[in-house]
Design a binder for this molecule. Structure first.
Ligand code: FES
Ligand SMILES: [Fe+2]
Length: 363
């Protein structure tokens, strides 16, 4: 039996935006073993039944509390590794070995999960057991035969919003990622930037014409000394889609979605683990140049390297925030517009949820 390490006690999930689809993992992670994963302070076991159904349950057997993630996966569900109670994806116990009667109480909390485009989404409701009020997000690029993608599931010793900040401000590429997707730092800081917000989404577009191609771009596409770079970042409360690339200088309009050249499509699912830690699920796909088809593997390899660099920076940033405490306030500069907007959206959602809670209490 393999059991996950003991973790912090179950915490408050209302500290995070609820009634949202969060990424619980990638389809490829769910093989024949249950996975213990804390999401929004809730210990959860994820598994795929022998018949292929993906499920998420509270990670605690209702008999004597062994984590269900210590158990085994069967055709119909997950079997507890202590006395063998078998749970269906609905959370209902469907077998108690040696006992015919199954009490109505023999069940554990279940979560709604949907597998879509090779991503496992989990609905985190404000009201326990409430059904989703919207569809799980689509990310069709994972199933597009024109792309090959690589992915990673990273654990961060840093709160989730620091990852949002990082991805919404790509000016850091010129300082943090010089070995891969960086480039001229000054040009990154001076990129023409447009930020728009609609509903709970933020969109950041950055254009950098006439810039030297960074190492990853050069490895994947036969660029000359300069290229015209573009970056489009779309923030949605639980995930971001980032589409970046470059064309030969002057070979088209940089803001034309049908522009040619080299591009990378990044998916970034950011799911709080606890108040101060997070899961980061990323995938990267890129198109291939007809003469350089294998370089797609290089792009994925260099992407992992890039995200390791981000992790180093963000975790160091968090450690320092802890060291200096609340009194060390932040200064906003021009590159922060997108990240600040995203933080406002999260703050508004939390405030609205709190107000609704108060109204219910008064009523
Ligand atoms: S603790 Fe799970 S069956 Fe006993
Ligand atoms: Fe980065």
């Amino acid at each position: 039996m393999t059991c996950s390490q003991a973790q912090a006690p179950v915490g408050d999930m209302t500290k995070f935006p609820l009634d949202q689809w969060y990424v619980a993992g990638f389809s490829s992670e769910l093989q024949d073993k249950p996975i213990a994963r804390r999401l929004l302070n809730q210990p959860i076991v994820l598994f795929r039944t022998g018949s292929g159904e993906v499920a998420a349950l509270e990670d605690r057997c209702c008999h004597r509390s062994l984590p269900l993630s210590c158990g085994t996966v069967e055709a119909q569900g997950v079997r507890c590794g202590y006395h063998g109670m078998l749970y269906a994806p609905s959370g209902t116990c469907i077998e108690i070995p040696g006992q015919e009667r199954i009490p109505a109480k023999a069940r554990v909390k279940s979560y709604t999960v949907v597998e879509k485009n090779q991503i496992v989404w989990i609905w985190m409701p404000r009201t326990e057991g409430a059904a989703p009020t919207k569809e799980a997000p689509a990310y069709p690029h994972h199933d597009d035969p024109r792309y090959k993608f690589g992915s990673g599931a990273y654990h961060y010793d840093a709160p989730y919003q620091l990852i949002h900040d990082n991805l919404l401000d790509l000016s850091h590429l010129g300082y943090v990622h010089l070995k891969t997707i960086g480039g001229n730092a000054r040009q990154h800081m001076n990129a023409e930037m447009k930020v728009t917000a609609e509903g709970d989404c933020v969109r950041v577009v950055r254009l950098m014409p006439g810039t030297p191609p960074p190492p990853t771009y050069k490895a994947a596409w036969p660029f000359g000394d300069t290229c015209d770079r573009w970056q489009e970042i779309e923030f949605d409360v639980t995930h971001l889609r980032i589409w970046t690339g470059a064309i030969e200088p002057g070979l088209g309009a940089l803001d034309d979605p049908n522009r040619g050249g080299f591009h990378m499509r990044g998916f970034h699912g950011i799911t709080p683990e606890t108040d101060t830690t997070a899961h980061y699920f990323w995938s990267m796909a890129s198109n291939k140049h007809p003469d350089m088809p294998e370089t797609i593997d290089t792009v994925i390899e260099q992407t992992a390297f890039t995200f390791d660099e981000d992790k180093l920076v963000i975790e160091a940033q968090h450690r320092n925030m802890v060291r200096f405490g609340q009194q060390a306030s932040w200064l906003d500069i021009h590159v922060d517009v997108g990240a600040v907007r995203a933080r406002r959206i999260v703050a508004r959602l939390l405030q609205e949820a709190q107000q609704r809670e108060q109204q219910l209490t008064v009523a």
